[in-house]
Design a protein around this ligand. Structure first.
Ligand SMILES: NC(=O)c1ccc[n+]([C@@H]2O[C@H](COP(=O)([O-])OP(=O)(O)OC[C@H]3O[C@@H](n4cnc5c(N)ncnc54)[C@H](O)[C@@H]3O)[C@@H](O)[C@H]2O)c1
Length: 363
């Protein structure tokens, strides 16, 4: 095994990035999880994709909860700045590595959380094979580690496995409508394959597994730049720069947006509750909005004079997306608490701060 420890801590960037909203968010998540997260203290948790948006929040919660965290990330879409404040901590280790290639650990690993995967639709176009590999070869490597150590396993799957769903709100029992040869196939079919790996390792090797079907999540540390920008940070960035806000299609397609603290709390509930062993659970917000409404909200909240413009709807773009979260409510005792307007306000505030703090290349 070859580990690379290539990152030097940077206190200044830490102060800038770990600003009040992130710190408060992590405290809030830990408060809400007080009863459930006992599994973490003194345990070793491998987080693949730990330098990304959701992965870095996950690492933060674990480090604060006194777990030993091994963050494996090849930094293709993650940022060093997301973890720079953790790098000097005794209970945090960063390994720069592509999880699609085998890697072995001698120390006992208690839990594997597999979040590694590019996730922006623009990346589907540019790097489809990397995405396919992270969710097929990558999950095979991650499951191999869990099997060797008898570790619990959590997979960050996605609402995209439902494709263009015919049941709204969509329950976990819906098998989905996915185009295996369409432009989104590298992501949605790869995630479906990833779920199949998880379930098969559970059946054949009796692994303790959990699958989170994550619906659109946004918030601080989600990138706004270049091909990494998903709809919420992209709209905010465009509005802040007074550039046209670009809506695909006529904007009547819907999504349901979950704020990051709610999402991470849901993931940890699924990860930690004994009764959740083997479960597949939708984690998302039920508040369904049309994309045009989202654009208008962002414009209003940023006091922007940007024009809203329309461009061609990408092929196979789902018409509606709204999770049925009754299972999450029932077995995890979880429901989102942050409404879209409140979450957008926090994200706008932080994106403005990050823009000042991070090197220019990120924007
Ligand atoms: N944020 C959402 O709305 C959302 C929705 C559904 C599912 N998910 C899933 O959650 C996970 C995290 O998504 P995110 O939004 O934080 O995206 P992100 O791009 O911010 O994070 C992904 C991280 O994985 C790393 N990575 C990618 N390929 C890798 C590889 N082969 N080896 C090692 N590291 C690799 C990236 O560098 C990055 O740090 C992904 O698996 C994604 O599919 C996210």
């Amino acid at each position: 095994m070859q580990k690379q420890f290539i990152y030097q801590g940077n206190g200044q960037v830490f102060l800038m990035v770990m600003n009040e909203i992130v710190k408060q968010g992590i405290e809030e998540i830990r408060r809400n999880l007080d009863l459930d997260i006992g599994f973490a203290e003194g345990k070793t948790v491998l987080v693949s994709g730990g330098a990304g948006f959701l992965g870095s929040w996950t690492c933060d919660v674990l480090v604060e909860s006194k777990a030993k965290v091994i963050c494996v990330d090849n930094l293709v879409s993650g940022r060093r700045e997301n973890i720079s404040h953790l790098i000097d901590k005794e209970n945090f280790e960063f390994v720069q590595h592509d999880i699609a290639n085998p890697i072995f650990f001698d120390e006992k690993i208690d839990f594997v959380m597999h979040l590694a995967s590019r996730a922006s639709p623009f990346e589907f176009k540019e790097y489809p094979i990397q995405i396919l590999k992270a969710n097929t070869l990558g999950i095979w490597v991650a499951l191999g580690i869990a099997k060797k150590h008898g570790a619990r396993f959590l997979y960050a799957s996605t609402s995209e496995i439902y494709g263009n769903p015919s049941i709204i709100p969509t329950p976990e029992t819906h098998a989905g409508n996915v185009n295996p040869i369409g432009p989104r196939s590298c992501y949605d079919e790869a995630k479906r394959c990833g779920e199949s790996y998880v379930i098969t390792y559970r059946i054949q090797h009796n692994l303790d597994t959990r699958i989170a079907r994550i619906f659109n999540t946004y918030g601080t540390r989600m990138r706004a730049d270049d091909i990494y920008g998903r709809v919420v940070p992209r709209f905010i960035e465009q509005a802040l720069k007074e550039q046209p806000i670009t809506v695909f299609g006529d904007g009547t397609q819907t999504r349901s947006f979950c704020y990051v603290t709610d999402q991470v709390e849901g993931l940890f509930r699924l990860a930690s509750l004994e009764d959740a062993e083997g479960e597949v659970v939708n984690i998302g917000n039920e508040e369904e909005v049309r994309i045009i409404e989202l654009a208008e909200m962002v414009k209003k909240l940023t006091n922007s004079s940007s024009e809203i413009v329309f461009s061609e709807l990408p092929k196979d773009d789902p018409r509606r997306r709204k999770p049925d979260i009754s299972k999450a409510k029932r077995i995890l005792g979880w429901a989102p608490k942050v409404g879209l307007e409140e979450g957008l306000r926090k994200t706008i505030e932080n994106l403005s701060l990050e823009k000042k703090a991070l090197p220019k290349k990120h924007f």
